[in-house]
Design a protein around this ligand. Structure first.
Ligand code: ATP
Ligand code: MG
Length: 266
């Protein structure tokens, strides 16, 4: 049996955001130790503010860990050069919670941005994408049901359509790892399942490694082979979906009302 490559290694990772005026600094993430192997499909769950987005962003060096160790694709994210970080971001595609699309560009051009890591920003700015890249971006949008929206500007698209453009851009990047932050957020259930099925197919057929932040526990259980639950920046569960008990879910989510109330008092 060949052993699978360890794509992500985190050891006692801690992330503290810079102090905001008048508020305490509590780490957004603390004592995060885990290993992710290639071909895993992981759902990260936890209530709002638990640290899910922070965790995904740390993996491509968008937030800097304050302590511990983090190695992604053999690159030590905390100590490496800018050049290596760009290399890392080519192999690790992110679908953001806020999509991060270029509003004034068309769906097709946004999807093509997934190829920038291959051809460089300057050629990209000039629209000098190889024909095969354009065809690939077009096909991906069509596969995601956006055939008649390809040439629309993104600011003319609905939330669900924008989300699919963001997904297309990530897939067009042909990454080794996809990080998806709440890809279900502005989609109806059939589209959500379509998106998760797309990621699942790529996971099974192409060995794509997927880490997805999800609010919906049922979806997490349905698609993921491993669930990581965060509570106040700490891992409180890491294992097979079947082992995530109702009791534990209760513990993870029961402070919802309290948490929300204290948030609104800030
Ligand atoms: N840029 C930032 N500066 C300061 N604090 C931040 C920043 N981003 C997030 N935080 C804080 O870090 C903690 C974790 O936030 P994060 O966005 O990772 O949570 P989340 O689990 O993704 O929540 P949600 O489900 O609402 O998206 C929260 O307390 C949040 O307020
Ligand atoms: Mg988030």
């Amino acid at each position: 049996m060949t052993s699978k490559k360890k794509l992500i290694k985190a050891e006692q990772l801690e992330i503290v955001y810079p102090k905001r005026k008048g508020s305490e600094t509590t780490p957004a993430l603390q004592d995060i130790s885990l290993t992710v192997e290639e071909e895993e499909f992981i759902a990260v769950i936890g209530k709002s503010g638990a640290g899910k987005t922070t965790f995904l962003r740390s993996l491509t060096g968008f937030v800097r860990p304050s302590a511990g160790k983090l190695v992604v694709n053999d690159i030590d994210v905390m100590r490496t050069s800018k050049k290596k970080i760009y290399e890392l971001r080519r192999n690790v595609a992110t679908i953001y919670q806020s999509f991060n699309l270029v509003e004034r560009m068309t769906a097709l051009d946004n999807a093509l941005c997934g190829r920038l890591g291959y051809i460089g920003n300057i050629r990209g700015l000039l629209g000098l994408f190889p024909k095969k890249d354009k065809e690939f971006a077009y096909r991906t949008l069509v596969d995601l049901g956006l055939e008649d929206r390809v040439h629309y500007r993104v600011d003319q698209l609905s939330g669900g359509e924008r989300q699919r453009v963001a997904i297309a851009r990530a897939l067009v990047q042909q990454p080794q790892i996809v990080l998806a932050d709440e890809p279900a957020a502005s989609l109806d259930i059939s589209l959500t399942k379509f998106v998760l099925n797309t990621l699942k197919d790529l996971n099974k057929q192409n060995g794509l490694t997927v880490l997805v932040n999800l609010h919906d526990i049922e979806l997490a259980k349905m698609y993921a082979t491993r669930i990581i639950a965060l509570q106040r920046g700490r891992i409180v569960f890491d294992g097979e979906p079947e082992k995530l008990t109702e009791d534990l879910l209760e513990v993870i989510y029961n402070e919802y009302e309290h948490g929300e109330a204290s948030k609104s008092n800030e």
